[in-house]
Design a protein around this ligand. Structure first.
Ligand code: GUN
Length: 301
């Protein structure tokens, strides 16, 4: 995708996310003109600091877009039955069109049965098996999970259509790697790539990742992807957000991605920063899913 001796272009997730959020704002205005205010509920159990930050950011983004938001904070010792009762209430609440339960959950709660309990029509995370299945078969009614959908949106809007490209992904989580591999290989706009889903047990992992014209890192290990795993000229998308201790900073930590940014930007043609790359897209795509949910529930095409 480019010659040598040039540092990679930086893919600006903040700019792309701002563009999407502006579009969402317009859609919210249209819905309000039809008498419907989209509503999102976010449930946070416990006080995981990273989760608390994400939840605050989601609520703030809703407000800025004109979406009604409700944050339900529950104590860390909340039981399965109590959380299920909250989900049931939100399922039945007419002011709420989308909901999510922030993960991870404390150990006494079985995540699987919570995921199954959320009304698939309000499942803006796209984690309910009904939506996972719909996504798998390319059903346009599926909620696409926000982070993988955000990666595709970021590629498309930055001029890196994955169609016809080799994409290597490292990391096979249900939230990012696995659904991203499905979406990128789908016969649709933003898809049509040839995808390799690699992981911690892939033999000769750097050589496999080096096959990618586009490389996506989503393994959750700080600076895991080194320059030797990157094809010269590749486009590198870093989904990782890792807190590493740094006593020299005010907060005592800093955020680093799953990619060794400095060395990889000497090899890649384009790269996403952390923060400011994929992260802002995740929130923007969640807002988009809220619009989809509201249209579905309110019956507005
Ligand atoms: N934790 C990390 N990412 C996510 C996400 O996309 N949704 C929820 N609910 N929890 C998360």
């Amino acid at each position: 995708m480019k010659g040598s001796n040039k540092v990679a272009d930086v893919i600006d997730g903040k700019r792309v996310a701002a563009e999407i959020r502006q579009e969402v704002k317009q859609e919210v205005e249209d819905l309000r003109a039809n008498g419907v205010t989209p509503g999102l509920a976010v449930v946070l159990v416990g006080d995981n600091p990273a989760s608390a930050v994400y939840v605050r950011m989601k609520a703030k983004a809703c407000e800025e877009a004109g979406i009604y938001s409700r944050v339900i904070r529950l104590p860390v010792e909340t039981g399965q039955g109590e959380l299920e009762a909250v989900v049931d209430e939100l399922n039945a609440d007419g002011a709420i069109h989308g909901m999510l339960v922030q993960l991870p959950l404390p150990p006494q709660i079985e995540e699987r049965s919570i995921t199954w309990r959320i009304d698939p029509a309000k499942d803006v995370d796209g984690f309910h098996p009904m939506n996972v299945g719909r996504m798998m078969i390319g059903d346009p009614l599926a909620f696409r999970p926000a982070t993988p959908a955000g990666v595709i949106e970021l590629l498309m809007r930055s001029g890196y259509d994955p169609s016809g490209k080799r994409v290597t992904i490292v990391g096979r989580s249900n939230i990012v790697g696995k659904p991203l591999s499905v979406l990128l290989s789908q016969k649709m706009k933003g898809g049509n790539a040839t995808v390799t889903l690699a992981h911690s047990r892939t033999p000769d992992l750097p050589a496999v990742l080096r096959e990618g014209d586009i490389l996506v890192a989503a393994i959750g290990v700080p600076e895991f992807v080194k320059a030797g795993a990157v094809k010269p000229g590749a486009v590198v998308i870093d989904v990782g957000v890792n807190r590493v201790d740094d006593p020299g900073t005010e907060k005592g930590y800093r955020l680093v991605g799953d990619v060794a940014y400095e060395e990889v930007s000497q090899v890649a043609s384009a790269i996403t920063p952390v923060p400011g790359g994929v992260g802002p897209l995740t929130i923007a795509m969640l807002l988009k899913n809220c619009i989809v949910a509201t249209r579905g529930i309110a019956g507005i095409a």
